[in-house]
Design a protein around this ligand. Structure first.
Ligand code: BG6
Length: 509
């Protein structure tokens, strides 16, 4: 194994020094897709711009198009110019461009994979990549089996004492527990688990990693982080965009499979898990596995879940189509674009505390947050009118946008009477730090090249997440069309009813 820390003068434990990847190359399958153009290639440029890639770093695109190296180079160039986070610099680009290669072929074409193997070999000789190669599968899961088999057949999956080979898999990791297990088997047949990096880009977000700092670097929060003090937890991922252009991926998948199974359950795991023994990958993942094993969906699902589909209408002064009018969606599609579920973490810390998870497209605004809502004080020594405006204390982790943390508590309104009202105390990344946060994909691609697996879910986490969601999905599958909701709203009426039934309300972030 080559060491990721290839500078002999550097102490790998010194976290103040930037983590720079060792000699390596990255092969992307699915280069013409949205994800590659909008996120992956820009992130690679941003890493290069920050000086975190090795000198001979090489990027190989594999696709069906009849392209030369420079055609692929142009695609990368354009996507970098349009989407990169850091400014475009000719010198950085030119250096990156020297290592860009393209291999033309289809996934069932043995010759193409043999050419790819030759390209990877040549890059080692020409640019000193050390043969260390990560394969990024930015392709539909239906293509995983054939590509992993080809990687095995052509010898590309074979690591050696000196070189590593890793595979990066994008979600969806199956569509239920059964298919996820099959997928995991196929991948694990070719790559050992420690070489498999399943991407959940939410784990690459700064604010999500900060959950661990908030909880485990402070004394203030952990003593009240349990069922004695917490009334419930709301995890929200709302988006204002629709699904135009994404029918191929989304129709038949829906909101729960798209983001609850992965992003939102990972947020739940980090919010609810016990303190890991250390931040070593095994220790962290063990705690996530443990908490996910204790997490169960609460029924009856007619009352504890909600499902909706956006209708056409007006949003932000624009006329927008409903899902059924979006190009590519079946005219009678029952795919949900809004999903809300009630879960419980059945352990001593959390028994009796509902975790409400919701997500939706074409909602009022784009916001992701985790709100830990506390119980009311057991006794209020005020006139009842004095506290009419007092809500429940809440700690809100604002994942995006406007990243930060808000603490909501009651305060006396200035004046001669004792009137208590909610106020907030705010931490904003923009105010506290001068550095801007890297994009999630920058962090995760760098971690792949460094062989640092902490932020990647293991197969067990993926399977446990499906186990939690499957009973709800089965119930929904037996129902007809989801309830429609107007664009720009906060979801279908059943979502509000779901919480009102328990005497609670959704936050309106
Ligand atoms: C993806 C989902 O994983 O996350 C998309 O497939 C969603 O449907 C996206 O729009 C949101 O990501 P972010 O980082 O913008 O919150």
């Amino acid at each position: 194994m080559t060491r990721a820390w290839n500078n002999p003068l550097r102490d790998p434990r010194d976290k103040r020094l930037p983590r720079i990847a060792g000699p390596s190359s990255l092969v992307i399958f699915g280069v013409t897709g949205d994800l590659a153009r909008k996120k992956l290639m820009p992130a690679i440029y941003d890493l290069a711009h920050r000086g975190l890639l090795p000198a001979g770093f090489s990027l190989v695109g594999f696709a069906r198009r009849d392209w030369e190296h420079q055609d692929f180079g142009e695609l990368v160039h354009d996507s970098v110019k349009e989407h990169a986070r850091t400014p475009f610099k000719e010198s950085v680009w030119n250096r990156l461009a020297e290592g860009i290669r393209f291999v033309q072929g289809t996934f069932d074409d043995d010759d193409a994979f043999d050419r790819l193997a030759q390209t990877v070999k040549d890059l080692d000789a020409e640019r000193g990549t050390g043969g260390n190669t990560a394969f990024y599968l930015s392709i539909p899961p239906s293509a995983f089996p054939v590509v992993t088999k080809q990687l095995a057949r052509s010898g590309l999956a074979d690591a050696s004492e000196e070189t590593w080979r890793r595979v990066v898999i994008e979600k969806p990791f199956g569509r239920d527990l059964k298919s996820a297990k099959e997928l995991n088997e196929i991948v694990n047949d070719v790559f050992p688990e420690e070489s498999v990096f399943r991407i959940d880009h939410y784990l690459g977000k700064e604010t999500v990693q900060n959950l661990l700092a908030l909880r485990f670097a402070n004394q203030l929060f952990e003593p009240i982080w349990n069922a004695n003090y917490v009334d419930h937890v709301q995890i929200t991922m709302a988006e204002d965009i629709g699904l135009g252009g994404r029918a191929g991926y989304y129709d038949g998948i829906g909101a729960a499979r798209d983001v609850i199974q992965n992003h939102l359950l990972q947020l739940l795991a980090l919010t609810a898990m016990e303190e890991p023994v250390s931040f070593a990958p095994r220790a962290l993942r063990a705690e996530k596995v443990k908490v996910l094993s204790a997490t169960k969906p609460l029924g009856p699902f007619e009352e504890t879940t909600a499902r909706g589909q956006y209708a056409g209408g007006w949003q932000g002064g624009m006329k927008v189509p409903g899902l059924l009018q979006e190009g590519g969606f079946a005219k009678d599609s029952t795919t949900e674009t809004y999903a809300a579920v009630t879960l419980e973490v059945q352990n001593r810390r959390w028994a009796g505390v509902p975790f409400y998870l919701r997500t939706g497209k074409r909602l009022g605004r784009r916001v992701t947050e985790i709100a830990v809502v506390f119980k009311r004080a057991p006794h209020l020594p005020f006139d009842s009118t004095s506290t009419e405006e007092l809500g429940q204390n809440a700690l809100v982790i604002r994942v995006q946008p406007d990243e930060g943390i808000t603490l909501r508590f009651g305060s006396k309104v200035p004046g001669t009477t004792m009137e208590v009202r909610d106020v907030t105390m705010d931490f904003g990344y923009g105010h506290a730090f001068t550095e801007s946060s890297p994009e999630a994909y920058e962090r995760l691609i760098l971690d792949v090249l460094l062989g640092e697996p902490s932020l990647f879910p293991v197969n067990e986490e993926v399977e446990l997440s499906w186990e939690i969601l499957d009973p709800i999905l089965d119930t929904w599958a037996k129902k007809g069309a989801p309830e429609q909701y107007p664009p720009g709203s906060w979801g279908p009426p059943s979502a509000d009813e779901m919480l009102e039934r328990t005497g609670r309300n959704w936050r309106r972030p």
